[in-house]
Design a protein around this ligand. Structure first.
Ligand SMILES: [Zn+2]
Length: 206
């Protein structure tokens, strides 16, 4: 059993409202995305060990505090193979859309790559590739919770007008999500919701 806490990002006056999730069991924690403040995460995590940061995709609002988080908790970031160039590519991480271009490097020894089924501590994670919003978008199934990143929100889907967005892939990914067995969706923005709400939303597009 684990607990899920949602922290909202505060950067740029909070306008992006990115959701960073902290999953807690008795003595371990994992993070999903990295938009929240390190101090807010520390308050939630307490004395637990942070085992890793899983990235739903590498857009600027999701990686905003990643460097600080990795140096604070001395853990690895989990991404798709071959996507590390997004940390230093302001077009691919979409930060060229705002006034503050993001370009940074993460040391190779702090990068781990997704496997379809992963165990991190006692957390069991299934990774689904769901490109469309971006080529590197994934969803994570952990227990009966699905972390959907910017692929689908409670009443809308992620935008597909970004540099490596793809409408056809988005449609395929939404169909894939429809088939996943989960109870609650935790998206990268806005509120969490039950699967039935996500199905209604997907049915508006597919
Ligand atoms: Zn995004």
């Amino acid at each position: 059993m684990f607990q899920i806490i949602c922290l909202k990002s505060k950067f740029l006056r909070g306008i992006f409202n990115q959701n960073t999730y902290v999953l807690l069991n008795e003595d371990e924690a994992i993070l999903i995305d990295a938009g929240a403040d390190v101090n807010d995460i520390k308050d939630i995590v307490g004395s637990r060990k942070v085992l890793g940061v899983l990235m739903t995709h590498l857009h600027f609002d999701h990686i905003w505090n990643l460097s600080q988080i990795l140096s604070e908790f001395k853990c690895n970031v989990y991404i798709s193979k071959g996507c590390e160039n997004r940390f230093s590519d302001a077009t691919l991480n979409a930060s060229n859309l705002i006034k503050k271009e993001m370009k940074f490097e993460i040391s190779q020894r702090q990068i781990s790559y997704f496997e379809e089924n992963m165990s991190i501590g006692t957390f069991q994670i299934k990774v689904y590739n769901t490109p469309g919003h971006s080529r590197d978008s994934v969803c994570f199934l952990i227990g009966d919770s699905l972390f959907t990143g910017d692929t689908v929100f409670f009443d809308s889907i992620g935008r597909t007008d970004l540099p490596d967005s793809n409408d056809q892939q988005m449609i395929r990914s939404l169909r894939k999500i429809r088939e996943i067995d989960f109870s609650i969706a935790y998206p990268g923005h806005y509120d969490s919701c039950e699967k039935s709400k996500i199905l209604q939303t997907i049915n508006m597009y597919v």
